[in-house]
Design a protein around this ligand. Sequence first.
Ligand code: UFG
Length: 330
Amino acid sequence: MSETVLVTGGAGYIGSHTAMALITAGHNVVVVDNFVNAKADALHVVAELTGSEIPVIEGDARDVDLLIKVINEHDVTAVIHMAALKAVGESVEMPLEYYSNNVQSATATLEAMREAGVYKFVFSSSATVYGDPESCPIPETASIGATNPYGMTKQMIEVIIRDLAASDDRWKITSLRYFNPVGAHESGEISEAPLGKPNNLMPMIMEVATGKRDKVMVFGDDWPTPDGTGVRDYIHIMDLVEGHVAALEHLDAQDGYEVYNLGQGNGVSVFELIRAVEEATGLTIPFEVTDRRAGDIAECVADPTKANDVLGWKTTRDISQACQDAWNSQ
Ligand code: UFG
């Protein structure tokens, strides 16, 4: 069945790629975004590449009335809720902004959906809800315990939607716990372009590759990992967004609430990612090892078995492809 999907926060890096995947799979997309952390450009490119129209409404996902109007006017049948602030460090400095933006936008979106009679909801959660995991790879059944306000907002929303789904069996709700999305659509036309200084490793490496910065600061080489640098599960953005399509299309067959990890299942260290970019670009990426970053963990790698088995979704692009696509998009 073809859905008309409201993507809140849909102008960002993950949102614009999600729009691409949804439209490619035959769905329609409507976006509400407040443009605090993104511009509409990427969505214009997606509309052009797919030859389809993407209505983009500027507004805040905490605005229940606006959302009801958008859902009704566009005959929205499902919502993917991505609108959120997302910088871990900033969330420690400005917890109130994070709790207000992230938690209220989720409850407002759900209230608007209930008012409009739409009950299919996919939530952008994060592997950060696992905190410092006891072991890797991490299954969905692992204990959760976010260690910063950003992660706590994701954890709180997961509790809210679990309780909501339990209260009324019309709701079909899925949380997708993202590991570390990297890369770009194979066209190279949409990219991860953070406004301001990048927080994340791949955009930082790209800024060094393009000469915007001198070197990558590596946050510690004394972690208990094979080469001493932090290990993460980097997943190609197109694999990640195809996971959203699979989750959305599975909702009709689902009872209540489910949680899925979206990751590759392989750990890659900071040094390995730098080397992979060097191989993909033929460039040398200068780096310097510095102190550990506050709040970082040694390792975070997904067990994606549940999404593989239940959603019939698997990653098909490796880290070298992700590095090549990230570079092309520059
Ligand atoms: N790192 C560096 N230098 C940098 C940036 C990062 O060495 O300039 C290292 C980090 O210490 C870590 C790894 O690269 O070992 C990945 O760091 P990122 O900031 O790219 O990603 P994180 O795993 O810290 O965080 C990401 C998202 C969060 C999310 C989390 C879930 O940014 O929003 O994954 O695991 F919560």
